[in-house]
Design a protein around this ligand. Structure first.
Ligand SMILES: Nc1ncnc2c1ncn2[C@@H]1O[C@H](COP(=O)(O)OP(=O)(O)O)[C@@H](O)[C@H]1O
Ligand SMILES: Nc1ccn([C@H]2C[C@H](O)[C@@H](COP(=O)(O)OP(=O)(O)O)O2)c(=O)n1
Length: 209
């Protein structure tokens, strides 16, 4: 079984995916972490982030891989763990350029499709491009202000600065961010995290009941 949770930046995808995965006793897969790790490695190596061939060779040379778990995903470059370095504002600012490269997208998609089922996959195009055959699909939204207020608890910048950066990233990520036609859209703004997880679980379990 595959459950997909897509949505805009800071809409709650990874927190909801983790909660749903723990309730179902299966791992979740955070696809954005692979784009973030590609960005971090590219920045560290001083590579121009729009040069796909050099970036891909660098990713493959560094054995970049995702370790999906229900409690939180980890990302490795060989023996080095990158996980705690992936949510900086520097990576936030560069990641859309890397995610726009078709060669990088194909590389990420191949890594994701090689993972053993079952799992909950979260990102932008899980229910559309990567796992169109998924059993249950969700798309999370929330206003830019609500999302910025949530992110402000995890970043050093103020709410207006974060809101502007989120709105810009929404714009840059538009191409791959459309909801699947068969996805259930959930506005997480008026809900608690637990409320969103319950709503997803109720839908996932409904056909099984
Ligand atoms: N109703 C809610 N639904 C989802 N996340 C919420 C909600 N309220 C607060 N949050 C918080 O919003 C923050 C951003 O969520 P996160 O899962 O990192 O989003 P994304 O993976 O979409 O970037 C987290 O700290 C999460 O706990
Ligand atoms: N399946 C995916 C996942 C992420 N991306 C891109 C779009 C985002 O700007 C970055 C980072 O994604 P991530 O989900 O980690 O970011 P947010 O937590 O939503 O801020 O990667 C993508 O293009 N396709």
């Amino acid at each position: 079984m595959i459950v997909t949770i897509d949505g805009v930046a800071a809409s709650g995808k990874s927190s909801v995916a983790s909660g749903v995965a723990r309730a179902l006793g299966i791992p979740y897969v955070s696809s954005g972490l692979l784009y973030r790790a590609a960005t971090l490695l590219g920045l560290e190596a001083g590579l121009p982030l729009h040069q796909a061939a050099a970036l891909l060779a660098h990713l493959q040379g560094n054995s970049l891989r995702l370790e999906p778990r229900a409690e939180g995903n980890r990302v490795w470059a060989g023996e080095r763990e990158l996980t705690l370095e992936l949510h900086s504002s520097r990576v936030d600012a560069g990641v859309s350029a890397v995610a726009a490269l078709p060669e990088v997208r194909a590389w990420v998609d191949a890594q994701l499709r090689a993972l053993p089922e079952p799992f909950v996959a979260e990102g932008r195009d899980m229910g559309t491009t990567v796992f169109p055959h998924a059993e249950a699909k969700f798309y999370l939204t929330a206003s830019p202000r609500v999302r910025a207020e949530r992110r402000a608890k995890e970043r050093p910048e103020d709410v207006p600065v974060i809101e502007a950066a989120l709105t810009e990233r929404d714009r840059l990520d538009t191409v791959q961010s459309a909801p699947a036609p068969d996805a259930q859209v959930i506005d997480t703004g008026p809900l608690t995290l637990e409320g969103v997880i319950e709503e997803v679980l109720a839908s996932v379990r409904a056909p099984l009941a």
